[in-house]
Design a protein around this ligand. Structure first.
Ligand code: FAD
Length: 471
């Protein structure tokens, strides 16, 4: 593809990058997507292994945005199935329904604990009436919204397991940004304080899922980009970004071990913002690099075990807050779609929240598999001799980590990057935002629309068509 006036390069072939590429392709623009992994999809990819399929932690598609819903439905057509959500939380050696139901929660936790929950909740409500709460951390926010007891018995353990840091260090702004997704919080509030589940998207009972795994959405986007004579290259990581006067001139790509330089007029980045800054050549000022080094991601280790049985559970997810069990969540992909394993077999996927280089991350695959199997056996799900195969994956940058003060750091970095005339950041790790898939797709689409408008305005893109997929 020759470099022309309307050429755009996209860093990263996850949902955000590919959605941007799709919209630009539909608008008749020239696009090249570079993805460092061997497949597209990023965090929303589906792994295939000897007839088994699994996501990096079960990914359900759900959105309140009708335009995005139509976009995904139009893209996937017959491939989408509706899945009934069924999940449980393992608390105090019992499996409670999730979302918690009042009676189930009361019997599960015991009457005295329930009374304590309600009393500490009432105490907080009275305190809040007298003095407006100063919610700086997740702990402040949860205590003032749910009471101290609920924080202690549920939130503290699970949140610290997910985030790997003390709840007093997790930013309350994250809760505000994530309120819709803090489904466990809403579940608890529903169970004890009678909110209506209808208002809360995380509690919907049915969600959409592609029969062959969530990664199919990215694969469909790739197919459309390529059908429009544009390019999606895997095993091709951005290594260096050459710029002058806050304008990017070219990028150096390591494509299958060969270094190539590519030019374009506009550049979209959906790769982790911290990595992007390190690739800029010349480098950003020292203060920006220092600030970026203080933004961290939580990483993830996934262990999938293949089971010689048709089904192990009837659940979509099981949440495991207890610290003594090393993983935080499991899911059984065959309960999402029966096509996720060969006939008569199933698969369980455990998520270990981790930091790159920590005790879990550095364990050998053999150790991780043996810990997983042992715990699944102790929890009563499987017998060791039913395990026929296993896969371990280490997933860097799975969750942006929202420590107190992260927002000011992001603002400083956004302000610096905003000075680049032809660089657009998008997506979850690209923006350091807690995006779900719908937000990632939406942010890619919006970035593409912005570029189309810019090209129309500057007359660069004479002939740029209004695309029918615009939402
Ligand atoms: C465990 C887990 C469960 C989740 N469950 C759900 C769910 O149920 N529902 C939901 O809606 N959302 C869920 N999400 C969120 C969802 O995964 C993300 O919102 C979405 O995948 C983000 O897409 P993205 O394109 O913004 O980012 P990413 O998927 O991170 O894409 C960035 C891409 O850039 C690539 N890249 C990185 N560096 C380079 C480089 N140097 N050069 C080229 N490419 C590079 C990466 O390989 C990746 O493909 C979940 C996330 C996790 C971690």
């Amino acid at each position: 593809m020759p470099v022309t006036d309307n050429n755009i390069i996209i860093f990263g072939g996850g949902l955000a990058g590919l959605s941007a590429g799709y919209v630009l392709t539909m608008a008749g623009l020239g696009v090249k997507v570079f993805e460092s992994d061997s497949v597209v999809g990023g965090l929303s990819k589906t792994i295939t292994h000897d007839g088994y399929r699994f996501d990096l932690g079960g990914h359900r598609f759900f959105t309140k945005d009708r335009g995005l819903n139509d976009f995904v439905k139009g893209l996937m057509g017959e491939e989408l199935i509706s899945v009934l959500r069924k999940s449980k939380i393992y608390m105090r050696n019992k499996y409670l329904d999730y979302p918690l139901k009042p009676l189930n929660a009361i019997f599960g936790l015991g009457i005295s604990t329930t009374i304590e929950i309600l009393l500490t909740y009432a105490a907080e409500k009275i305190k809040n009436l007298i003095r407006k709460p100063q919610n700086i951390s997740l702990e402040d926010w949860v205590v003032s919204n749910f009471g101290r007891k609920m924080f202690n018995i549920y939130f503290k353990e699970y949140s610290e397991k997910v985030w790997g840091i003390d709840c007093g260090r997790i930013s309350a702004e994250w809760v505000a940004q994530r309120i819709r997704g803090l489904s466990l919080a809403i579940a608890v509030k529903n169970a004890f304080f009678k909110l209506t589940a209808k208002d809360v998207p995380s509690l919907v009972d049915v969600f959409l899922y592609p029969k062959l795994g969530i990664g199919r959405i990215s694969e469909r986007l790739k197919e459309h980009i390529e059908a429009g004579n544009n390019i999606v290259l895997t095993d091709s990581g951005i290594e260096r970004i050459n710029h002058s006067n806050f304008k990017i001139d070219s990028v150096v790509i390591n494509s299958h071990g060969r270094f190539v330089t590519e030019k374009a007029v506009e550049f979209i980045s959906s790769i982790p913002i911290t990595n992007l800054l390190k690739m800029l050549h010349p480098p950003p000022p020292e203060n920006i690099l220092v600030t970026a080094s203080q933004l961290k991601f939580r990483d993830l280790v996934i262990v999938a075990v293949m089971i010689n049985r048709k089904r192990v559970t009837d659940q979509t997810w099981i949440y495991i807050p207890e610290q003594k069990i090393p993983f935080g969540r499991i899911h059984e992909p065959t309960n999402w779609s029966e096509k996720m394993a060969p006939e008569g077999r199933s698969i369980l996927v455990a998520e270990f929240f981790s930091f790159k280089g920590d005790r879990i991350w550095n364990k050998s695959d053999e150790d991780l598999i043996s810990i997983t199997v042992e715990n699944l056996e102790n929890l009563g799900f499987i017998k060791k001799d039913e395990v026929v195969d296993s896969v371990v994956l280490r997933v860097p940058n799975a969750y942006p980590l929202f420590e107190v003060g992260y927002k000011e750091k992001c603002d400083e970095i956004y302000k610096y990057l905003d000075r680049f005339k032809n660089l657009h950041i998008t997506g979850r790790s690209g923006m350091f935002r807690y995006y779900n898939m719908d937000h990632a797709i939406g942010s890619g689409i919006n970035t593409a629309k912005k570029i189309i408008k810019k090209m129309q305005d500057t007359r660069f893109g004479r002939g740029v068509e209004e695309t029918s997929c615009m939402i």
